[in-house]
Design a protein around this ligand. Structure first.
Ligand SMILES: Nc1ncnc2c1ncn2[C@@H]1O[C@H](COP(=O)(O)OP(=O)(O)O)[C@@H](O)[C@H]1O
Ligand SMILES: [Mg+2]
Length: 388
């Protein structure tokens, strides 16, 4: 997985003078499952289209296996695409829909015999678990099965890279989860590079070796799902991936950060002394304890049963945090919280500071109650601060 296959260098894409991709640098390795993740309009499809050769970047280079391919047309690239609207041929059966991928590619492959076509089609139908469906009418298939036909059609030419543009977007949630596993399995079976596009962070984390988080035509972070979740580089990534409480803090020294005027132990280091920072605390990393044992105390303003846990909204001096706990905490109760050093993640200030990570809009109807009981004096008095 470490051999480089595709490299985008300083790729910029502008439409009518409007920059939608800004100086993108990205290296994709052979056999990698890489996902471009970001909100609608951030430039994911444009990136995919540049790799596929459907658009040429305004500036910058696209290299494949070390060769510059800016001017190589799509059908001469070892790349195939599966779109969200997979556009199968309704008048052809499953077999013919897949075989079509080979028949149109004849120009570039040497002419394949009927037996070779048959072998490849059957092989691909086996890969996507549709053996026995060859003669079925595609319109009689479920959405998930149709998507698997589209994947087989794209794979039958044996591309080195499969581009997938929101391939699961049209499926309902249950099916989407099944297809996530299915795609992972197909990726392993084929042993080629998959470049997937999605705005669904759960899907990106579940399927990918590497996640590329994008916003505003720029890459925010590249990393493994674990790294993106545990070590987000800025407030945008922290907010986009999972749930995050993000608060202003000050880095006092290596391993000590101040939040709400209290000092907390953390594992982060390498910041300037007294540097203003953004601090991420994940809802599952907060322990609820007695008021007298709390590093901070707050008032519960909302609680929602989620099955595995409760989502509890807690007001700390007017800031609302989301905490996930298996303990029931009634509304209006006072609670204390504890956070272990590894539950605190410190980030540099960025253009996204102050924009995310606040749960005050979680349930507007409880805002008034929270405000009425807002007692900053008492809170300050009864909490012992942690001193390093
Ligand atoms: N052919 C085009 N002409 C003009 N603007 C475009 C074109 N293609 C994409 N854009 C714009 O570029 C931005 C990024 O689009 P896109 O890459 O499709 O985003 P995503 O796939 O992340 O939702 C959007 O603002 C979109 O409107
Ligand atoms: Mg798109």
């Amino acid at each position: 997985m470490s051999k480089e296959l595709i490299r985008l260098t300083q790729c910029t894409m502008a439409f009518d003078g409007e920059v939608v991709l800004n100086s993108m640098n990205l290296v994709i390795n052979d056999k990698e499952f890489l996902t471009l993740l970001g909100p609608s309009g951030c430039g994911k499809t444009t990136t995919l289209r540049i790799i596929g050769g459907f658009v040429t970047p305004t500036s910058g280079d696209v290299c494949f296996d070390g060769v510059r391919i800016n001017d190589v047309p799509p059908h001469k690239r070892a790349v195939n695409t599966v779109f969200q609207k997979y556009a199968l041929f309704p008048h052809l059966n499953v077999y013919e829909n897949v075989a079509f991928g080979l028949r149109i590619a004849r120009g570039k492959n040497s002419r394949l015999s009927k037996a070779e076509i048959d072998e490849r089609v059957m092989e691909m139908l086996a890969v996507v678990s549709l053996k026995g469906f060859e003669h079925r009418d595609v319109s009689s298939l479920s959405g998930g099965q149709q998507q698997r036909v589209a994947i087989a059609r794209a794979l039958v030419n044996r591309p080195k890279v499969l581009l997938l543009d929101e391939p699961l977007g049209a499926l309902d949630m249950r099916l989407r989860k099944d297809m996530q596993n299915e795609l992972k399995r197909i990726h392993e079976a084929m042993g080629i590079t998959f470049i997937n596009v999605t705005h669904d962070q759960e899907e990106a984390l579940a399927m990918s070796d590497t996640v590329v988080v994008m916003d505003g035509g720029e890459i925010q972070q590249i990393g493994s799902p674990e790294a993106i979740y545990n070590e987000p580089v800025n407030a945008f990534v922290a907010d986009f991936i999972g749930e995050s409480n993000i608060v202003d803090g000050t880095m006092i020294s290596d391993g000590v950060v101040e939040i709400f005027g209290r000092k907390f132990k953390c594992l982060d280091k390498g910041f300037g002394e007294n540097e203003p920072v953004d601090v991420v605390i994940r809802p599952e990393d907060v322990d609820i304890v007695n008021v007298k044992d709390g590093m901070l105390t707050g008032t519960v303003t909302n609680t929602t049963f989620k099955g595995v846990h409760y989502d509890v909204i807690v007001d700390f001096k007017g800031f609302k945090w989301l905490i996930q706990t298996t303990d029931f905490c009634p509304i209006d109760s006072r609670i204390g919280i504890k956070i272990d050093p590894d539950g605190i993640h410190v980030m540099k200030k960025s253009q996204y500071s102050g924009m995310f990570g606040d749960y005050s809009s979680y349930s507007a109807e409880y805002d008034d109650i929270g405000d009425a009981e807002y007692m900053p004096e008492e809170e300050t008095a009864e909490v012992e601060s942690y001193e390093a």
